[in-house]
Design a protein around this ligand. Sequence first.
Ligand code: C2E
Ligand code: MG
Ligand code: MG
Ligand code: MG
Length: 291
Amino acid sequence: HAKSAGKNNYQYYSGMMNHSSLDKLELQNDLHRAVAAGAFELCYQPVIDLNTRRLISVEALVRWHHPQRGSIPPEVFISMAEETGLIVPLGNWVLNEACRQMAQWRRDGLAVQRVAVNISALQFSEGSLLRQVIDALDVSGLPSHCLALELTESVLMEDVAYTLGMLADLKAMDVKISIDDFGTGYSSMSYLKQFPIDSLKIDRSFVANLPGSTQDSAITQAIIAMAHSFNLTVVAEGVETEEQASYLDSLGCEKCQGFLYGKPMPAQEVNRLVENSTKIDLQLVQLIGDG
Ligand code: C2E
Ligand code: MG
Ligand code: MG
Ligand code: MG
């Protein structure tokens, strides 16, 4: 009797121990299937020009709606895709979909200048990114200056010689380069003088406590001053309040992005947002013209 209970206990505990890894394996399989089927949604978050307070460009952010588990956070499935190598085909899907949509917006005459696409570590180092970018631009017909790639400091610093070559090729094509989550990586900053970068995105952890925090204000001002001395534009991430937006504008920050102006949204909502603001412009022009 005792023996059989022990055996049951053993099975029970071994079942428990395997549960999370089985769960993970199952999610990996589902991710594999989703990648094969292209079963993702690409959302777009408005990037606002702080001078005009108008949408100037968008950042593409991928969404996975799992058939049983519902929506899975990008932090979860992007890191899983990194671990399994699935980020390469997934990233390629994102790149193609973002270029296709951006080209469509241009054909529609929508005032969106550029789409930014996040590139993860393996995608950057693996070797096929340049080919993927060339193909996505070619298939979509999108001009290369309408595409920006977002890379983090740690990705850029992994292999400086490789990064220099890669960025030179992208620069020669006129694809824009942004550094994402700036200030959070353990960067040397000396790379800013050698890498051909177009903009820095201030991480939202610094923006969250503006303008109240003197420390975060100091960091933000230092980032903006340094960026400008390298002729880089600055985008503040995670702007949620008008106080943050006007403070950043007063510091000379060019652009911002955050829930104040819009969460990541489906492409159709970007159409509505931009079309509505254009309509208001036309009405104003007519009003002034009539008066
Ligand atoms: P990220 O590139 O830094 O993107 C910004 C994240 O901040 C997004 O989270 C966005 O929804 C969120 N955010 C924007 N404004 C605000 C705000 O005002 N307040 C707060 N609290 N959050 C805000 P999301 O979409 O969950 O993406 C998380 C991360 O996952 C991204 O960080 C990016 O690193 C990664 N990611 C998302 N899509 C892709 C993709 O297509 N490819 C790759 N490689 N990574 C992606
Ligand atoms: Mg300004
Ligand atoms: Mg980003
Ligand atoms: Mg970021």
